[in-house]
Design a protein around this ligand. Sequence first.
Ligand SMILES: Cc1ncc(C[n+]2csc(CCOP(=O)(O)OP(=O)(O)O)c2C)c(N)n1
Length: 645
Amino acid sequence: MTTPASPSAPKLLDRIAGPADVKALAPEQLPQLAQEIRDEIIAVTARNGGHVGPNLGVVELTIALHRVFQTPEDQFVFDVAHQGYVHKLLTGRQGEFFRKLRKTGGTSGFLYRKESPHDSFGAGHAGTALSAALGMATARDLRGSHEHVVAVCGDAAFTCGVTLEALNNVVSSTKRLIVILNDNEWSIAKNVGAIAKYLNRISTSETYNKLHHEVEAFFKSFPMGVEMNRTYMKWKRETKDFFVESSLFEKFGLRYLGPVDGHNLEALTKNLDFAKHCDVPVIIHVLTNKGRGLEAAIAFPEKFHGAGPYDAVTGEHAKAAAGTPPNYQDVFGQALTRFAKANPKVLGITGAMPSGTGLTVLAREVPGQFFDVGIAEEHAVLFAAGLATKGFRPVCAIYSTFLQRAYDQLIHDVALQNLPVTFCLDRAGLSANDGPTHHGLFDIAYLRCIPGIVGMQPKDEDELTDMLHTALQLPSPAFIRYPRGPGTGAKIKAQPATLAVGQAELLREGSNIMIWALGPMVQEAQKIAGRLAAEDGLSVGVVNARFFKPLDRTLLLSHAACLPLLVTMEDHVAAGGFGSAVLEALQEADCPTPVERIGWPDRFVEHGTSVEVLRAAYGLAPDDIVRRIKDRYKRLGKAAVEAEV
Ligand SMILES: Cc1ncc(C[n+]2csc(CCOP(=O)(O)OP(=O)(O)O)c2C)c(N)n1
């Protein structure tokens, strides 16, 4: 385990109100600061959960960045921004605010422009830093100002197409950009693909490194100056390919520095300082150890990438309470593995999220039918489309929020060609402690306008299995959305059922109001129906809608024809969601029955302590929903009486 800083020693971290205080420290004080930061990150993430490994790995790098540059005048753009805790601690966000990390009222788990002027660009999705930084650097050049722009990218950012698109444009856009390649060899799981192999080769190639370091040390020993830089660059261009192949990045026109030991403050500071004076774009290849300072995080990098609460001493994770039902993701993973074993044409595809999507079991048990394509959602979807043209049944398991990135591929490559690809959208609904970058609140709206697709959401884990079984038999693209966290505890049948597409399930009859609910809202609707009956004597029915496309219009219109009020409930934004689909269906049938749509409001939902806390904060607590339904029903009654008078 880590050796904590002595509790009696005055804390340096307490004195850091901003980057100027980091600069004021003597070099020999920096290891103590680094240790205090690690202690704080471990103490807070052990309680709240969070991105443990990524942050413990960048402590020295972030200190060095703040020693050499001056935010907010200079700009750091952190890719994903999940490794921004150290930056937060050095930019005035330590103390109570940091200790409430990812909780309501505390600091976000990511960087956020709203949160601090030191957060130059918000993120949560991967691969955006290089493009955004390039835009900032180009804006600086156009304005004629002189600040520095530094993009901090993980090695897995280079599995993202958008990072490579930006790389392709660097030299044509600016002469001054600093890119840090924070190479720890891990994405969430072990990094995949040819670039990861290439990085590993250049960071371990003795010939490359020896030559590189010796030549660089020779030139860096001269006083810094543009002329010397130019000479070095020229020399490198003209000679290096004779000795060893020049780095991939040099072929893109960036000057490559490194590999640098990412835990050596002196080496980091020297290289950053050197880069600061370069008149060409520079990439510094920094080697870091994900999880450094916490043995368990080093031993289990995947588990500690983004961890729930754990024991700070043993590294043991808090166990779910006995009897907690399995998570939806695990039920999905088990079901897909079972179907893949039965049918070799069934394939599972993930974009760098084997454990998060539950596909680890498929990877382990049927490795030949499992593909991790890296953080490359666009490619995942296109790859699946290609597989489907040859009779395979690919299943793309992608979080709802990350599928946003592959929208054109969904329409142009899958739906337009009516290819039978199944999409399993995990984290549909809130990802409470992650916040707005991770909530899956938009997928129904962005999917239901695509012609020919089937869109569904199960009320429980047994229905999830039925839906996957059904989707794998359809001749068209199918989408199944389900939430983060545990299911309802429903028993999974031995033999899955094939569902009739577009057929809802009537769960409870009602003569006053009918609630059409989707997914986890079905259980909620049943409780609310019970309350309305008990509190107001209302007869409220409940339908498990199952499909948001196609809708069960026959059942819907039959309810609309004989009831004064319909209610829709969904874990999705109200705008354009399932309730909107219901409204459209009624309007097209000239049916004037009012619909009370319960869904998330037209605002970005912040991070918060739990789903319950956020529902209450956004007017969606059970009491709020009951009140809204009662009010609407009363208003309708009054309007009806007035109309008769
Ligand atoms: C578009 C998108 N897909 C997937 C993810 C999930 N994700 C978060 S961090 C991460 C790995 C990042 O690895 P790297 O950039 O190397 O940084 P490290 O955590 O290793 O420091 C992934 C896959 C994401 N944030 N965005």
